[in-house]
Design a protein around this ligand. Structure first.
Ligand code: KIV
Length: 263
C-alpha cells in the first residue's frame, strides 16, 4: 500500500518520482486503485463515462459530493481531489461556499478548478480560507461549448505565452499542484520546469511531474473512440463482454449454477 500523500508531500515530490493520478467515481474501483495511485481524482468526467452525457457541464455539486464520499470510503488512505463542477466557482463567494460544502460533506483532501489567470483570484480566496486547490490549465473540458470543441493548446506563440502566464498565476495563487491537459509536449515540459509545484499531465507528454488518465479510458472500457494520448492497459470492454456472453450461455444451457454454486 502506498503511504497517503498530503499537499506537502505532493509539493515535495517535484523533481523526484512522477505522480500517479487516476480518476475514480465509486468505492469499488477506488479500492482497487489505491494500491497503485498516489492521487485519486473524482473528476467531473464522471458525467460522461458514468452518466452518459456528451460533456461534463451538467455535473452537479451534489453528484460530485456523492461520488467523492464513495471514493473516500473505498480508498481512505489515498489523497483525493474533487472536481468543482461547471458553474460552482463563478465568483469568489460562490466558489468558497461550494468548496466549503465539499470539505464539510466529504473527506476530500482538495478540490480542482479549471482555469488559469482568470481564476487566480478565486483559487487564492479558497486557499486563504483553508481549501487546498489543484489547478487545471490547457484544454479545459468545461469550456468545450464556449470554445467549440476540445482544442489542443500551445500550438502558437500566443497560446504558449498564455499557458505560461496561466501556470504562473495558478502557482502564485497558492495551488499545491496543477493538471495540464491537451498541450503540446515541449510546451508542457517547459511549464513544468518553470513553476515550482507539480504539473500533472494528460495529453501533455512525459516531461511533466506526473500523469493522470480517466480510468475507463485506461482500462479500455470506453469503445466509442480512443484519443491519441490514451493508452489501454487492459482490453476491458472485450473482457467484460466475453464474460457476460459466457454467463448468458451458461444460464441458457443451465450449466450455471452448477453443484459448486448451489446450496
Ligand atoms: O474530470 C476529469 O476526469 C479531469 C481529468 C481529465 C483531468 O478533469
Amino acid at each position: 500500500m502506498i503511504q497517503k500523500m498530503t499537499i506537502n508531500t505532493i509539493k515535495k515530490s517535484k523533481n523526484t518520482t512522477p505522480l500517479v493520478m487516476i480518476t475514480a467515481y465509486d468505492a469499488l474501483f477506488a479500492n482497487l486503485f489505491q494500491e497503485s495511485a498516489d492521487i485519486i481524482l473524482i473528476g467531473d468526467s464522471l458525467n460522461m463515462s458514468f452518466a452518459g452525457h456528451n460533456d461534463t457541464l451538467s455535473a452537479t455539486l451534489e453528484q460530485m459530493i456523492y461520488h467523492t464520499n464513495a471514493v473516500c470510503k473505498g480508498a481512505p488512505q489515498t489523497f483525493t481531489v474533487c472536481d468543482m463542477p461547471f458553474g460552482t466557482y463563478t465568483c469568489k463567494t460562490t466558489a468558497l461556499r461550494n468548496a466549503v460544502r465539499v470539505f464539510q460533506e466529504t473527506p476530500a483532501d482538495s478540490v480542482k478548478i479549471e482555469g488559469g489567470s482568470d481564476k487566480a483570484d478565486i483559487i487564492k480566496h479558497l486557499v486563504d480560507n483553508g481549501i487546498a486547490v489543484c489547478g487545471h490549465i490547457g484544454l479545459l473540458p468545461q469550456s468545450v461549448r464556449s470554445e467549440g470543441g476540445y482544442l489542443v493548446k500551445g500550438k502558437d506563440k500566443a497560446s504558449q505565452a498564455q499557458l505560461l502566464q496561466d501556470a504562473k498565476a495558478v502557482e502564485a495563487a497558492g495551488a499545491f499542484c496543477m493538471v495540464i491537459e491537451g498541450v503540446k509536449a515541449d510546451v508542457a515540459t517547459h511549464i513544468a520546469r518553470t513553476v515550482t509545484i507539480p504539473v500533472i499531465g494528460i495529453g501533455a507528454g512525459n516531461g511533466v511531474d506526473g500523469q493522470v488518465l480517466v480510468f475507463s479510458d485506461m482500462l479500455g472500457l470506453f469503445e466509442a473512440f480512443t484519443p491519441k494520448f490514451v493508452k489501454h492497459y487492459l482490453q476491458g470492454a472485450t473482457h467484460i463482454k466475453e464474460a457476460l456472453a459466457q454467463y448468458r450461455a451458461e444460464v441458457i444451457s443451465r450449466d450455471f449454477p452448477d453443484a459448486t454454486h448451489t446450496y
